[in-house]
Write a protein that binds this ligand. Structure first.
Ligand SMILES: [Zn+2]
Length: 227
């Protein structure tokens, strides 16, 4: 067991499938018996709480803060947009130590993001990776417009364009909607991560981790998983 994970689990409890599991025996117990699918279910149960406005007391985080001083074992990695309306910890009602979050405009992984998620998979034991797109994404919209007008975005934004454009070019060519482009971008980001060697591709192809994708809906707060 990774030492960070063992340290975190000592004397703590793990939340699996919405229920409190037994305290882990850090020396001998496996980190968790939960499958990637169960952990995705845990995320989505949190999203239902968010939609319903069911938030835990903020004071709970003070207690949890002490549990993660020696290490962390987030149960999920989330790659989301930097958009101020899409906050993964709120969207899934998760607190300190529960999600390993990387955020970048357009939620498409470059090397820094991939390396971050790789770290979570290899060293923190994360077995579910969720790419979270969202409605009305300004980054995807900008790239969509640039492709449509056959222009390049200005410097720095052009870096985002280079990453996102291949995944949505087909939608733009077919005069598809922005929603379709947003979904295509999530799928392209999922594929990029899933096929990323050495760590993520190996773990994903062996079925030890799962790379999932979803789109956040601004008004309802609901995440729709992509099948
Ligand atoms: Zn966005």
């Amino acid at each position: 067991m990774d030492c960070n994970r063992a340290a975190f689990l000592t004397g703590s409890v793990a939340l699996v499938g919405g229920a409190l599991a037994r305290p882990a025996d850090a020396a001998t117990a496996p980190p968790t018996s939960a499958t990637p699918e169960m952990l995705l279910g845990q995320l989505m149960a949190g999203n239902k709480r968010f939609v319903d406005g069911d938030f835990p007391a903020a004071s709970r985080e003070v207690t949890k803060r002490a549990l993660v001083v020696e290490g962390q074992a987030p149960f999920a990695s989330v790659l989301s947009c930097a958009d101020s309306r899409v906050i993964p910890e709120l969207v899934f009602v998760q607190g300190i130590g529960q999600l390993f979050v990387t955020r970048v405009a357009g939620n498409y992984p470059d090397d820094l993001v991939t390396g971050s998620i790789e770290y979570a998979v290899e060293h923190l034991g994360t077995t579910i990776v969720l790419v979270l797109g969202h409605e009305r994404c300004g980054a995807v919209k900008a790239v969509y417009g640039a492709l449509k007008e056959k222009k390049d975005l200005p410097e720095h934004l052009s870096a985002i364009q280079r990453l996102i454009a291949p995944g949505i070019a087909g939608v733009v060519a077919a005069r598809g909607s922005l929603d379709a482009a947003i979904e295509a971008n999530v799928r392209a980001a999922m594929a990029a991560l899933h096929n990323s060697p050495p760590v993520i591709a190996k773990e994903a192809s062996a079925g030890r981790i799962r790379v999932a994708g979803g789109v956040y809906h601004l008004k309802s707060g609901a995440v729709k998983l992509l099948q």
